[in-house]
Write a protein that binds this ligand. Structure first.
Ligand code: FAD
Length: 450
């Protein structure tokens, strides 16, 4: 049994945990980071596809307003490049494939106007949200008592408009309108700034990618911490009754003055605490499910769709891949189409073989981009619900009643235990940038307490 002693123990070496540890070290405190997996980066993961290229099977994009991620990448010497978005986009709607430009497909003038008015209403709702304490938002009870689906029924008037808004919701939350509290949607939009910022490629959260893959940023941040990061050690138990906290992992025990738990709330709820945590905190962790997503990529010898004037960005009302991007490396070789299976389709396709997923996803690509798309050189995918140390993605959401009943338990420390992770971020919750901000906030909290 390896033993470590430090001022602060950090559970989880995702962007939140790594940031908290580095920030505490910068302030002169000793740290140890204990990570369940045999790698760092958490929900951010590169897959090597040969010839010096990587593809990201987890979080990958960065965009305007995500200043903390840009700053960290700069510090780690990782450059960004624009997501390929030149050319026309495609939409498959009611059996027809059409080209369009801009974020919102032009199904018809009425649908376009409908989506625009719904987005304006959402942005207006978001402007009212109290980012630090969403449960104190004016009218919080009313907003938190309805699902986004109920709101959509009253505020989106056309079938095409509802389809597009639903696609947007699934794309951002990997959950369906019926899953989400309206207050949570409004909070999340506020936390990013505007609804458009969540959806857009150019000018939005999908604007840029990282040369060498997003995980490189985490790998380099972990290198700075060296042997203070302990891998392959799932934390099972935290004893916090005395002056010292004991963090007990498989094969490793760490003693510290404080602990920062930087993992998604449902997983934090699976650690045993001694003494047990207050019921209010535990019940929060029972009410923050992870979304469901499978990230799927087909690899071709070249991005042939670009020659047809297509950006590689597409949406489909049948899918099962409903949101599609060109995910080729910076020099466009090989060509890569990326499709997401989200919400109910992720639940459905996580229970079939990868071969069946491949057929379904490549089938969507072929309907949109033509017969060449039917025959990729290679196909890869990752179902995040299957990952023992994540259990879903992109992040956790709050269903109705969650924020107003339990929101105050999300980041409130309990004695010597502090909470980080993108789910605790007020700005860019759910994103890598939010994870970094949460690590900074938790480190400041602990530094003040030490
Ligand atoms: C498919 C996909 C696409 C995404 N796309 C984007 C995107 O384009 N842009 C973006 O900004 N964000 C994206 N995200 C979200 C983004 O990846 C996350 O918000 C962010 O990485 C979360 O970081 P974190 O440090 O809060 O949590 P995590 O990355 O989940 O880190 C938690 C760490 O704790 C470890 N852990 C868990 N339990 C234990 C335990 N008991 N003991 C020890 N260690 C434990 C885990 O192994 C993990 O390493 C995406 C996510 C996915 C999965």
């Amino acid at each position: 049994m390896a033993e470590h002693e430090a001022d602060v123990a950090v559970v989880g070496a995702g962007f939140a945990g790594l940031t908290a540890a580095r920030e505490l070290e910068r302030r002169g405190h000793s740290v140890v980071v204990i990570e369940a997996r045999d790698r760092v980066g958490g929900r951010v993961l590169n897959e090597d596809i040969g010839d010096g290229n990587v593809l990201e099977v987890g979080g990958q994009w960065v965009g305007p307003g995500q200043d903390r991620l840009y700053a960290l990448a700069r510090e780690m010497g990782v450059e960004t490049y624009p997501t390929h978005a030149k050319g026309e986009n495609l939409i498959e709607f009611r059996g027809e494939v059409k080209r369009y430009t801009g974020t919102i497909p032009r199904i018809s003038a009425a649908v376009l106007a409908d989506v625009a008015q719904a987005q304006r209403k959402l942005d207006r709702l978001a402007r009212k949200v109290d980012l630090e304490a969403p449960w104190r938002t004016p009218d919080a009870e009313r907003l938190d008592s309805q699902t986004f689906w109920s709101w959509m029924r009253r505020n989106v008037y056309t079938a095409g408009g509802r389809m597009l808004i639903e696609l947007g919701i699934e794309g951002v939350w990997a959950a369906e309108p019926k899953d989400l509290s309206l207050l949570h949607v409004a909070f999340y939009v506020a936390s990013a700034g505007k609804y458009d910022l969540l959806l857009d490629t150019e000018g939005g959260a999908q604007q840029e990618r990282f040369v060498g893959g997003s995980q490189l940023v985490a790998i380099r941040a972990a290198e700075k911490l060296g042997d203070r990061v302990v891998l392959g050690a799932p934390v099972r138990r935290i004893v916090h009754s005395g002056e010292t906290v004991s963090v007990i992992a498989d094969g490793v025990t760490a003693w510290a003055k404080r602990v920062i738990v930087a993992i998604p709330p449902p997983l934090a709820g699976r650690i045993a605490y001694d003494p047990p945590l207050p019921g209010h905190r535990d019940q929060l962790t029972q009410r923050m499910p992870q979304g469901s997503v499978i990230k799927c990529m087909a690899i071709y010898d070249e991005p042939f769709w670009r020659k047809d004037g297509l950006a590689g960005i597409a949406t489909s009302d049948v899918g099962p891949a409903k949101v599609i991007f060109d995910n080729s490396p910076p020099d466009g070789s090989p060509g890569v189409l990326l499709g997401f299976l989200e919400g109910r389709r992720a639940r459905e396709y996580t229970r079939v073989s990868q071969q069946e997923r491949r057929e379904a996803v490549v089938g969507t690509f072929a309907r949109l981009f033509g017969p060449r798309a039917a025959d990729p050189e290679r196909y890869i995918d990752k179902s995040w619900a299957e990952e023992e140390w994540t259990r879903g993605c992109y992040g956790c959401y709050l269903p109705t009643g969650g924020w107003t009943a339990y929101g105050d338990a999300l980041k409130a420390p309990i004695g010597r235990i502090h909470w980080a992770g993108t789910e605790t971020a007020s700005v860019w919750m759910g994103y890598i940038d939010g994870a970094i901000r949460s690590g900074e906030r938790a480190a400041a909290e602990v530094a003040a307490a030490l």
